[in-house]
Design a protein around this ligand. Structure first.
Ligand code: XMP
Length: 512
């Protein structure tokens, strides 16, 4: 299945993953590889086409990312985008220079060579998305201009070598015919076939898991989140009860979460699942601790300990399965280097140190939307598959300051109401992540004839594509009013509710 792929060489563009997703949506496997990957390794993958991504650098800057020019002699068609176009031009002896002013936004593309394969079925005037500071001032020898805008050379081709380049970004939806241009490259230039589908993926992966695992045993830490659930269902399809899932109830889960997860699996899958009630352990370790980073570390450490203890009981397990997905894999080798640790993210299922497991990561190649498709095909209910992300440390980082069972119970009730109302109003799938936060602040209120002195809670709802930046959701006032009425009337312990209108940056989505 793989030997029909497009490789995206990543020069640090925010769109590199998007290019890969666009290609996969066409039914062709695409992989993102850092620009510094050895050329032998790239060619060993036998790609049918290579796309050079954009990137923030200038080709003349010190240490600007570059590639071995031999890549252009391998007989594989290459499409350079933005920085990719500038680099190609630079390496072939053309000239790139700082534009008078940075071009950002939509531009009118005028196609000069309407017969070019890349422009098949595309009108000779169309709008494309530009985002660049440098531009081409002299094209390299052997290249021809095939499109321009009123301010730049927008596309070039080297017919002999089968090299193409766009100054604009066909991968973003603002480029009106961008998807068709990419399709033309993938199918009509690189000659790929459509064979990447989630049905195929399941079939092949089930076969691979069977071969790899044989008659051995596998354990998996189930978090209730999408990735670990889909990984569990896929492995279960391959090896049935040779898989044991461990679900740790930390006491910091959402309302009825442990019960729901167990019910869903009991109903849909014939699976070994162990639910460990560890609420007391977690809460006693957290008692008296209010620093956010300390809380995260305690929760992470305790989780690994509970998981290890259970894993040790299953003496004969050889494999540890994890729901690692493709963006985790790419980000760990990103050209940008490890992104600054703003909060210590510790995901469920860190490899137990003293247990010698082999890793099994059946979703390593999939983007989140593909993981969801696989989940649906395997029969996981939509309700689970479309669930908003939930952080590993759970309510531990949504109860600001010291955590207690009393506070966790109050928060669970309020959060359940917010989510229930979002679903009822058909808003749940329109926002990326929504939840309630409990503040360690009490204020005075009045209920009947009595004065109250209770907690303040916050509704948080964010819209985002990649969770790196986010805006607050513009939920209707009438909706907020309804949620407010319900929470303040139904949840004992909260007498004041606010709505978080902070974007990320400078805020983050979670409060701790
Ligand atoms: P922030 O708060 O950094 O969150 O804007 C971005 C996304 O990451 C989630 N998040 C976590 N996920 N373990 C996780 O598995 C963690 O420790 C963690 N901290 C934040 C957060 O819910 C949001 O989706």
């Amino acid at each position: 299945m793989k030997k029909n792929s497009i490789i995206i060489l990543d020069f640090g563009s925010q769109y590199s993953q998007l290019i890969a997703r666009r290609v996969r949506e066409m039914g062709v496997y695409a992989e993102v590889v850092p620009f510094f990957e050895n050329i032998k390794n790239i060619l060993a993958k036998e790609p049918k086409g290579i796309i050079l991504s954009g990137g923030p650098a200038s080709v003349y800057a010190d240490g600007a990312p570059t590639i071995d020019k031999a890549l252009f002699d391998a007989g594989i068609p290459v499409l350079g985008l933005c920085y990719g176009m500038q680099l190609m031009t630079h390496l072939f002896g053309g000239e790139v220079a700082r534009a008078d002013k940075q071009e950002f936004g939509k531009a009118e593309l005028l196609i000069d060579d309407i017969d070019n394969t890349l422009y098949k079925n595309i009108p000779n005037k169309t709008r494309v998305w530009m985002s660049h500071g440098d531009h081409i001032t002299r094209i390299a020898e052997g290249f021809e201009i095939i499109a321009h805008t009123d301010s730049c050379i927008a596309a070039v081709v080297n017919r002999n070598k089968n090299l193409y380049a766009f100054q604009y970004h066909p991968e973003v939806t603002h480029s009106e015919h961008g998807a068709e241009m990419l399709k033309n490259f993938v199918f009509n230039v690189a000659d790929c076939e459509k064979n990447w589908s989630m049905g195929n993926y399941i079939e092949n992966t089930v076969k691979e898991i069977k071969e790899k695992v044989g008659d051995k045993k596998v354990i998996l830490g189930l978090s209730g989140g999408v990735d670990s659930s889909v990984a569990a269902a896929l492995i279960n399809k391959a090896i049935g009860k040779q898989l044991t899932c461990i679900f740790v109830d930390t006491g910091l889960l959402r309302k009825d979460e442990a019960k729901q997860v167990m019910e869903i699996y009991a109903k849909n899958f014939d699976m070994n699942i162990k639910c460990i009630d560890a609420e007391e352990r977690f809460l006693s370790k957290l008692a008296g601790v209010s620093d956010p980073e300390s809380k995260r570390k305690i929760i992470g450490k305790e989780f690994v300990e509970v998981f290890n203890e259970e894993a040790k009981k299953l003496q004969d397990a050889d494999f540890l399965a994890q729901g690692t997905i493709y963006p985790d894999v790419i980000e760990s080798v990103s050209v940008k280097g490890p992104s600054a640790t703003i909060k210590s993210h510790h995901n469920v299922g860190g490899l137990p140190e003293d247990l010698k497991f082999e890793l099994l990561e059946p979703l390593r190649e999939l983007f989140k939307d593909e993981v969801r498709q696989v989940g649906r095909k395997l029969g996981i209910p939509d309700y689970m598959v479309d669930r908003h992300p939930f952080p590993g440390p759970g309510l531990g980082i949504r109860i600001l300051g010291e955590v207690s069972k009393e506070k966790a119970d109050i928060l669970r009730e309020a959060d359940a109401i917010f989510i229930e109302e979002l679903r009822k109003a058909d808003l749940y799938n329109k926002v990326s992540q929504a939840f309630v936060v409990l503040l360690p602040v009490k204020s005075v209120g009045v209920m009947g004839d009595e004065r109250t002195y209770e907690y303040t809670a916050v509704l948080r709802s964010a819209n985002t594509i990649d969770f790196m930046t986010a805006t607050w959701s513009h939920l209707p006032f009438e909706f907020l009013e309804k949620v407010s009425n319900r929470i303040l009337n139904e949840v004992k312990g909260i007498n004041r509710l606010t709505y978080d209108i902070s974007s990320k940056p400078p805020a983050t989505i979670e409060w701790e």
